[in-house]
Design a protein around this ligand. Structure first.
Ligand SMILES: CC(C)(COP(=O)(O)OP(=O)(O)OC[C@H]1O[C@@H](n2cnc3c(N)ncnc32)[C@H](O)[C@@H]1OP(=O)(O)O)[C@@H](O)C(=O)NCCC(=O)NCCS
Length: 166
């Protein structure tokens, strides 16, 4: 783990203590512009701003943000909760805030929320070449469960399906 995050274990995988001063809370309307700015810096095929807005009141989605002590938005995560499954639909950290444990903090929050919701399994898709994200997920107990050929655009690439049982 780079930067300020400390690690403990839950017996199955790593869990992050918060990097100093960073907290995770539910996203609100006022966060949308900063979320979308990070989205555009992070992905070649970013979600539209309206897509994030629609999630604010969605009964089966949760959008969480990580903010620093000055209230600046450092990252966000979106997850779906349906029946006994949860899916991580999006997670990104501002380029200047990476490798400090923020992504792990957001992921740990989603895993806790999924367990509280009653999910048995958490899924996600990740570009095969996305080493940073794959390291993050593997460190949290996710395993490759399959592949979707040419799933991504800009650029075209296969998706790995990763799964963690709770
Ligand atoms: C993937 C991403 C969210 C990781 O966020 P982050 O805050 O930098 O990650 P963390 O500092 O919490 O690191 C978590 C773990 O991943 C590893 N990791 C993160 N980035 C890494 C990199 N570039 N290379 C190697 N390992 C990396 C860390 O070393 C750490 O491992 P450890 O727990 O074994 O020490 C961030 O790189 C990002 O926003 N990328 C662009 C968007 C994206 O690809 N999202 C995922 C879509 S599936």
């Amino acid at each position: 783990m780079g930067g300020g995050a400390r690690q403990v274990t839950d017996g199955r995988s790593k869990v992050s203590a918060a990097p100093d001063g960073v907290l995770v809370r539910a996203a609100v309307e006022a966060d949308l512009a900063a979320i979308h700015a990070i989205e555009c810096e992070s992905f070649g095929d970013p979600w539209a701003l309206e897509g994030f807005r629609d999630l604010l009141d969605h009964p089966r989605a949760k959008m969480e943000v990580a903010v620093n002590a000055d209230g600046e938005l450092m990252g966000y995560a979106v997850a779906w909760y349906v029946a006994d499954e949860s899916e991580i639909a999006n997670i990104a950290v501002a380029p200047s805030a990476r490798l400090k444990g923020v992504g792990a903090l957001l992921l740990d929050r989603i895993l806790r929320a999924a367990a509280e919701f009653g999910a048995q399994t958490v899924f996600l898709e990740v570009r095969e070449s996305n080493e940073a994200a794959r390291k993050l997920y593997e460190a949290r107990g996710f395993e490759v469960a399959g592949k979707r050929t040419k799933y991504y655009r800009k650029p075209d690439e296969d998706a790995l399906i990763m799964r963690r049982k709770l």
